[in-house]
Design a protein around this ligand. Structure first.
Ligand code: CMC
Length: 429
């Protein structure tokens, strides 16, 4: 292999495979013509080794535990920015000036309400409906109410993007109100993005909500931590659906559905359920660790392990620190945090986890923070979805603007029967 090319030897023949160079030392074998040249496909279940696109949005080094959005380290963004600034960064490629931030905030406020007729949809969901099912159904319904965009990079795209970012939070809060049987609270121009959401969640006709700056800051930071993560399962779903030129709402709904699964964003809910079970069974973490290691069970340590990180997830580091800060500032002692820390300590000194490079991921500590700021457990994955929306949108925009983009259409290795004849007894007379 030279710097620019690799060679694939197959019997007598040798094929040249170009090497693509990305930023920060990223390299990829360009196998775009592999099948045409050789008649072979590349077998890669779970796309473990497949770079499905070129992207300038998020950089992730799983060995070194580095995560950057548009070149900015996640730690710095969490420390210094609001979620709205980071959303702008992801979608537009640069941090906003003060004027751009204000204009963006104003646009988000202007588009925060949902069409009044959409409110009726909420009524027909059963009260026990999981908020993720409501969120996904409502987001795809937006394509029926708001004009579909058919181009990118224009005013109309800006409008759709803003609508989506803004209304996600209204839909999320309405789905919570529906689940507890309380009247919906409309968005208000008085509040910032996060305070507006908190107000829609927690105020009611008999209770005025006073946004708590500790809670608001924590929410901003949590949403930033979730804002993008390159080609993960949900973002890949957004790109795949979007590659058929389905509209943005449809593509984002695919992302929401992919996120819902417990191996992805649904893990944050499962972490709290797991910690609660441990607490209710007396708080001993050893039984749980032994159960996880038992290969006859499918039980996993939720909030642990990652496809790309083979070290501590940098988001989990920030979340762990934030968790302690928020609990202290709110004067809360949560037994679940004690159990989580014991579990982490026990797991990180166990051979099973060490040899497999399993460390806490973003979902391990975030649920405890969500709990502390009053978000109910079944809303955790919805919170993840609100946070991830700018990342999904940025990826969708990047994909649509890429002249080399083709419809997503993986191949397979067929292992079914060879040609068979329909048996005569089956043939119609
Ligand atoms: N607990 C116990 N064993 C685990 C865990 C875990 N959390 N994660 C991986 N393993 C084991 C797995 O059993 C396998 O062992 P063996 O080699 O003996 O068969 C080995 O580690 C490799 O696992 P894998 O499933 O092949 O790894 P993957 O890259 O396909 O899966 C993962 C990544 C995140 C789905 C997985 O680590 C997992 O299920 N974690 C728990 C769910 C979770 O916390 N998900 C949130 C991910 S981060 C945020 C997000 O993306 O939403």
């Amino acid at each position: 292999m030279s710097e620019k090319n690799a060679t694939l030897h197959m019997g007598e023949k040798a094929y040249t495979i170009p090497v693509l160079e990305g930023a920060a030392g990223d390299r990829s074998l360009d196998i775009r013509t592999l099948r045409k040249d050789t008649r072979f496909t590349a077998y890669d279940p779970g796309f473990v080794n497949t770079a499905s696109c070129k992207s300038a949005i998020t950089y992730l080094d799983g060995e070194a535990g580095i995560l950057r959005y548009r070149g900015y380290a996640i730690e710095g963004l969490v420390e210094h920015c609001s979620f709205i600034q980071v959303a702008y960064l992801l979608v537009h490629g640069a941090l906003p000036t003060h004027e751009e931030r204000d204009r963006f905030g104003e646009l988000l406020n202007r588009h925060s309400m949902i069409h009044e007729d959409m409110r009726n949809f909420f009524r027909n969901f059963p009260e026990h409906a999981h908020p993720m099912s409501v969120l996904s159904a409502m987001v795809v319904s937006m394509s029926a109410f708001y004009p579909e965009l058919d181009d990118t990079g224009n005013e109309e795209t800006d409008m759709t993007v803003t609508r989506l970012l803004s209304k996600m939070r209204t839909i999320a809060a309405f789905s919570y109100k529906k689940s507890i049987g309380e009247p919906f609270v409309y968005p208000s121009h008085r509040f910032s993005y996060c305070d507006n959401f908190l107000n829609m969640m927690f105020s009611s006709p008999v209770k005025n909500y006073q946004p708590n700056p500790v809670v608001s800051r924590a929410l901003n930071k949590l949403l930033i931590l979730h804002a993008d993560h390159e080609q993960n399962c949900s973002t890949s779903a957004v790109r795949l659906v979007g590659s058929s030129f389905a509209n943005l709402y449809a593509a984002i709904t695919a992302g929401i559905c992919a996120l819902w699964g417990p191996r992805h964003g649904g893990a944050n809910q499962e972490v709290i359920e797991m910690l609660t079970q441990i607490r209710d069974a007396g708080g001993d973490v050893n039984n749980t660790i032994e159960r996880i290691k038992d290969k006859t069970s499918t039980f996993r340590l939720m909030g642990f392990g990652h496809r790309v990180y083979k070290t501590y997830d940098p988001r989990a580091k920030v979340a762990k620190r934030l968790c302690e800060e928020v609990l202290n500032a709110l004067g809360i002692h949560d037994e679940l945090l004690d159990i989580a820390m014991k579990l982490e300590e026990r797991a990180l000194s166990d051979d099973y986890f060490i040899t497999r490079n399993l460390y806490p991921n973003v979902d391990f500590y975030t649920g405890i923070i969500f709990r502390a700021i009053g978000i109910p457990t079944n809303m955790f994955t919805v919170m993840f979805a609100i946070g991830r929306t700018p990342g999904w949108i940025a990826n969708w925009l990047e994909m649509r603007a890429d002249p080399t983009m083709r419809i997503g259409r993986p191949r397979q290795l067929y292992v079914g029967p060879e040609l068979r004849k329909v048996p005569s007894f089956i043939k119609e007379e």
